[in-house]
Design a binder for this molecule. Structure first.
Ligand SMILES: Cc1cc2nc3c(=O)[nH]c(=O)nc-3n(C[C@H](O)[C@H](O)[C@H](O)COP(=O)(O)OP(=O)(O)OC[C@H]3O[C@@H](n4cnc5c(N)ncnc54)[C@H](O)[C@@H]3O)c2cc1C
Length: 386
């Protein structure tokens, strides 16, 4: 579909080949029962795709973010769902950039070997929502441990992860203090913690996303599991967010490509009134527009990736890439359903499933309004609105 030259055609081909082993039928079965795609994630892990960002000295491939973006885009483009495992790619940066050498030695080789899964990311809470600085989960120092009390919500993949990156308040909010100060990042070893202060409750959602509520009831976490400096956690999480936004944007581009391929194919095949529906401009134009919007979003993803890889801090580009790509995939999803008429709603076409899955990215990991606020305030210099 694309005319552009891509440096990662080998990676893309290999990932597409792996994904071909997990056709729509596989995902439909999981979706019905809200089951985790364990076999798919194991295949990706076994082939090393989820550890490509880990430096070679720790057993990974040491590839740049654009390689991870290529992997995730291909997964979505093939009709699979990287939401089951994408966090390992985007949480990695926090550990890589801010973790101590001892933490890296302890965890990275095992993650690279597939013995440990770093898939859970505990930031959002029920009462604070987007206002991260207002989170209430507290980690109180007690000797050589932190004692964690509180609750997270939407902690995806918690039941399928061995490690969680947890953002908790280590210094109580005081008068005049910046809300984003006093937060710290801890690595929680979930297997030991379960039943000893950590409990997990799944949340059923409109798509199969293995998301949960997580409760901390005086969970003891060794102080050596603190990442970086105490109280600076918000900064560490923020520094990983550009990567997260860019990777999710790449996934949305992949989704949009899947929807456009699917809609185009159906428009050529389906005959009504004695001719292909794709002969009608009323069918062609929305698909062509969705294609143009996807390509524009793809350019912004590339721009964000090249700035990121040049060591810049592309907050605006990462946010714009995420918003434009999520809009492109949402538009393509809608057009794909419309092109399929009634069949768009039938499970066996996979369109309705992918439609539900891609809708998430209007809201998570950051909602469109918050991206627009960021651009208005930080790029265009308008007053802060909240
Ligand atoms: C399936 C799923 C998986 C997720 N996985 C994870 C995960 O693994 N880890 C994790 O930490 N979080 C996760 N999240 C949480 C996700 O990041 C949040 O849902 C998202 O950031 C929005 O927060 P909220 O739901 O609390 O919405 P709220 O903050 O309550 O916002 C509700 C609405 O109000 C709008 N709004 C809020 N404030 C403003 C404002 N100032 N100006 C304009 N509009 C505003 C928002 O844009 C949104 O549309 C997940 C969410 C879902 C649904």
């Amino acid at each position: 579909m694309n005319q552009t030259i891509d440096a990662y055609s080998d990676i893309r081909d290999a990932v597409a080949k792996l994904c071909a082993r997990f056709p729509g039928e596989y995902w439909r079965g999981l979706d019905r029962e809200m089951r985790y795609p364990k076999e798919f994630v194991e295949a990706l892990t076994g082939s090393g795709w989820l550890s490509i960002l880990i430096p070679e000295e720790y057993g990974g491939a040491g590839l740049p973010l654009s390689a991870a973006a290529a992997v995730l885009e291909e997964i979505q483009r093939a009709g699979c769902n990287g939401g089951a495992c994408h966090a390992q790619m985007y949480t990695m940066g926090t550990l890589l950039r801010h973790g101590s050498e001892a933490q890296k030695q302890r965890y990275l080789p095992k993650i690279a070997a597939g013995e440990l899964r770093l898939q859970a990311f505990g930031v959002t809470e029920p009462t604070s929502g987007t206002d991260t600085g207002a989170l209430k989960t507290a980690a109180r120092r007690d000797g050589d441990h932190f004692v964690v009390k509180g609750q997270k919500i939407w902690t995806s993949r918690a039941e399928h992860s061995d490690l969680m990156l947890l953002l908790a308040r280590t210094t109580p909010l005081a008068e005049g203090m910046k809300k984003t100060d006093g937060l710290s990042v801890l690595i929680v070893e979930m297997r030991e913690a379960l039943g000893h202060g950590l409990s997990i409750r799944p949340i059923r959602t409109m798509m199969n996303h293995a998301t949960t509520e997580v409760f901390f009831d005086d969970l003891r976490v060794p102080a050596e599991n603190l990442i970086g400096e105490e109280g600076k956690g918000f900064r560490y999480i923020l520094s990983g967010m550009n990567a997260e936004r860019i990777l999710i944007a790449a996934e949305c581009v992949g989704d949009a490509k899947w929807f456009i391929d699917k809609a185009t194919g159906y428009a050529k095949e389906r005959h009504v009134f004695g001719r292909a529906i794709g002969q009608n401009q009323g069918i062609q134009f929305p698909i062509a527009r969705a294609y143009a919007n996807m390509r524009a979003a793809e350019l912004m993803v590339r721009e964000a990736l090249s700035l990121y890889e040049a060591g810049k801090n592309p907050g605006a580009e990462a946010n714009m890439a995420k918003m434009l790509a999520a809009d492109a995939s949402n538009e393509a999803a809608n057009v794909c359903i419309q092109t399929h008429g009634g069949f768009g709603f039938a499970e066996e076409y996979d369109v309705e499933r992918k439609f539900r899955e891609t809708r998430l990215y209007q809201v998570a990991p950051i909602s469109t309004n918050l991206i627009l606020s960021y651009l208005a305030e930080h790029v265009l210099g308008m007053p802060r609105s909240y």
